[in-house]
Design a protein around this ligand. Sequence first.
Ligand code: HEC
Length: 236
Amino acid sequence: MSGNLQFNKIMAAGLTAALVIVVARVGVDALYHTEPPAKPGYAVEVAEAPAGGGAAVVEVDPDWGTVLPTADVAAGEKVFGKCVSCHNVEPANANMTGPGLWGVVGRATASHPGFAYSDGMKAHAAEAPTWTYDQLYHFLANPAKWVKGTKMGFAGIKKPEERIALIAYLHSKGSTLAIPAPDPSRQPGAAPAAGTAPTQPAPKEGAVATPPSGSTAGGPLPTGPASASAAAAPAK
Ligand code: HEC
């Protein structure tokens, strides 16, 4: 008998222990089941914070004295494939749907003989008399936004590196506009004192017969430190 009693005690102890474990597990599970939903919510917020900060990065116009000598002219020729349906860029400089572009870099805006420019482009020539590197860079990003009323029906080239290569290619096609000296204020991470840049005359002496307006070669626009699209607004 006593052996049976002993057995019962052991069984009872074992069952109790098992019960405790089960109850504890259920309790723990319950805890974990309620927590996870809260965590992803926080995770999303954390992920968004750095993205917002990154968007505040300010884009500066290219430092032409640095980027042009090393630009990929062959890549620029490929990009120009988007222009050939409307533009000729050979010395004959025939007008097509668009004006001949031989020597357009540094050329007076809306000046190619025999081409009927839009009123919008003529008005633009009054504000920006020369196709400087900066002017082409902004115009080619979004023609209709940079030159209101232009009849150039082209959406634009968004990627800065593609525009730089394209401008280097155009420069190789009959342009005598000098490549400016490197400008430290346009280097990535340059001090915000970049506003002093436009007062320095562009080193293009003897380059093109571009009269006083040539001083805009350094750009009347680089003071706008915003991205290509955002910079379009203040200059107009
Ligand atoms: C659908 C035809 C078309 C395409 C494509 C096109 N253009 Fe034009 N482009 C024009 C027309 C039309 C004008 C004249 C705009 C005006 O008078 O408003 C023009 C004007 C220009 C001018 C100003 C020239 C000057 O003499 O003042 C430049 C620079 C230019 N285009 C470059 C380009 C480049 C580079 C590309 C390719 C990335 C391109 N265009 C693609 C039709 C086009």
